[in-house]
Every structure is written in structure tokens, then in C-alpha cells.
Design a protein around this ligand. Sequence first.
Ligand code: AHG
Ligand code: MN
Ligand code: MN
Length: 282
Amino acid sequence: MSDPVEAIVDVVARTAPEVRAGLAGRRVYESEENPSGERQLAADVYADELLEERLLDLPAVGSYASEEREAVVDGDGGEFHVACDPLDGSSNLKSNNTMGTLFGVYEEPLPAPGSALVASGFVLFGPVTTMVLAREGTVREWVLDDDGDRELVTGDLRLPDEPTVYGFGGRVPNWTDAFADYVAEVEEELKLRYGGAMIGDVNQVLTYGGIFGYPGLRDRPAGKLRLLFEGHPIAHVVETAGGASSNGERSLLDCEPDGLHERTPLFVGDDEYVERLEAALS
Ligand code: AHG
Ligand code: MN
Ligand code: MN
């Protein structure tokens, strides 16, 4: 394949249905924790091992990093570096709710700034398995079959003009007063949609318009989500679709992680709601 980035995307598209097929028997917790100190499901480890093996097999992939691994795994000299959240929303596995695979393709070694992303996207294990990909200024959406063959359903996915839904993580008593005041306004205007898997909740925002976030909390000012594995790739998708992203102050793509697993407050969606959020937190 002459297009190395497309080859990377194709490997994710073909691996994700195998990840999905392997979920049923892997709903148990491993003894290990991931580098963020969170309990690992057998499914997290399975997804991570499949993706690492398949992606590092590609000559174009110089290294692989994931939320489930302490350090970057070096390949042999490829020009692209892939960061994965192999299973985003894995706590939804026990409750049989949506989750999926999230990835970013960087042209600089990891951890890299968001500006080094050349493509990012996710495979969503919903009632239908879909892939959303942001690349070269356009967001496209495919339906995936069990072999990972793709049928294009949206050639230019754009955030709707009219926002409809919102979803914010973290426990309400742990929200800062400034954030709680902002949410009090938003809940007068939009409908609550929060499903516990970022990519599922963001797909609601891409479909219906609005805002998703996981704020910095009183006891965890950096919030829960990881800049490299969740913030950058999802911000790149939403900004490419005509929306905005923020860590509360600036675009997530303008943020460069010091460490691979650095956490960040994360907001993505309709630019008016992101602007109002930054004003509320300033
Ligand atoms: P992951 O399963 O990859 O750790 O991601 C879970 C994240 C994100 O997908 C979701 O938005 C958030 O955790 C939900 O957190 P809470 O369970 O605290 O709401
Ligand atoms: Mn995640
Ligand atoms: Mn995960």
C-alpha cells in the first residue's frame, strides 16, 4: 500500500472487530493495574497485545504506545508513531454498554504535541461497529463488517449547527464551583447524555451537537483522561469536524504532554460552549 497512514488505519479497522469478538470471554479483571493506576480487564490486555503486534508489523510504524503500557515499544525505524487507547470505556464491558478503540498517528516520537498528529480516530462498538477517522482536514465515517471491510457512510462529518446534548464526568461534589456554575447554565439548555465511554459520548456530540467533558476536580485538578491517548486524538476528530476542544484554557492540540500518561481536563464539542467554558473557568 503506497499510503503508509492508510495502512495503519486499515490495520486498526481489521483488528477492532477481532477485539470486539474477544470481549465476551474477557470481562474479568487482571491482577495488574495500568500505568494510570486503574484496574485492567483481560479485554484491555487482549486488545493492547493485538494492536501492538499488528501495528509494529507495519514498516511505517516506528513505535507503539498505549494507555495499558508503561513505556513506548520501539519498532524498527518507521516514520509514524501510534498511540492507542485499546479499549476506551472498558468499565462498560460488565454492564454491556458501548466502548471501542481510540488511536492517534503521530509523525514525531511519543510523547508528542497534538500538532504532530497526521490522523486520529476511533472504532465504536455500538449496535453497529463504525470507524470515525479525521485526516487531512476531513472526518469520515464507515460501517465495519466482521472482517474490518469498510463501507463509507459519511464522507464529510461535521458537527451540527444546533447543539443538543451534554455529558460531564466526575462526581458532582468534586466539581469546582466555577465548573458547577457553568453546568447549571448548560443543563438549562441541553439534554444530558453520559454513557461512561468517552468515544460513545463524543459520538453523541458529533451526531447531535453539544459538548462532552471530564473536568479537573477538586481532588484531581488534572482530571481523569490522558492527554496523549484520549485528549489529542478526540480533539483532532472534533476540531476537524468543525468543533473545538479545550483543557479549560486552550485547545488540547496545543498541549504537549511531559509524560506518556499525563492526565488533562478534557472538553470537546460546539465552539460556543467551549468558549463559554473557558470564560467560566478563567
Ligand atoms: P478507559 O476505559 O480507557 O480507562 O476510559 C474510561 C474513561 C472514558 O472513556 C470515560 O469518559 C471516563 O473514563 C468515564 O469515567 P467515569 O467512570 O469516572 O465516569
Ligand atoms: Mn479511555
Ligand atoms: Mn482504555
